[in-house]
Write a protein of this length. Structure first.
Length: 144
């Protein structure tokens, strides 16, 4: 959109043709195409579709068996109130629990004064042998 006015010195000289292309309409068309592309791109949903059960499950008719493991302040392990003499006996009993088709619940109750490594050793043995239903009980003693 410019006019090429030159002082060529002669009146009979033809004006030079403009070789430059007008870029404004090209930029306008490109901006419209970019906006249309952005609008038409579908929104990416990073959702995982799950088939959840409908309704409430029926109540369990069988009460689960509960195995109580207590760890005393000196590291002594009790299985349902009976002292376990060594680690091999504890691991044998945990192995029997793990091989049961319907595993009983294992309730681990550590004493407040027992070192953590004793409790961690019992939990590590249970995990290594395949006990899946294990939980810590009696945590209210640690709140004080």
């Amino acid at each position: 959109m410019g006019m090429n006015v030159g002082s060529s010195g002669g009146s009979n000289a033809d004006p030079e043709p403009m070789i430059e292309m007008n870029m404004t309409p090209l930029i306008d068309v490109m901006l419209v195409l970019i906006i249309m592309l952005i609008i038409t791109i579908p929104i990416q949903n990073h959702a995982v579709n799950l088939n959840m059960p409908v309704g409430t499950p029926p109540p369990s008719t069988i009460k689960p068996e509960v195995v109580s493991i207590d760890v005393d302040f000196d590291g002594t392990v009790f299985w349902n109130g009976q002292a376990i003499p060594n680690r091999e006996t504890l691991e044998y009993r945990l192995q029997v629990v793990a091989k049961t088709p319907n595993q009983p619940e294992v309730h681990l109750r550590p004493n407040k004064l027992v070192p953590y490594k004793e409790v961690a050793a019992v939990m590590a043995s249970a995990q290594r042998l395949g006990v899946t239903k294990i939980g810590l009980v009696g945590n209210e003693q640690f709140l004080q």
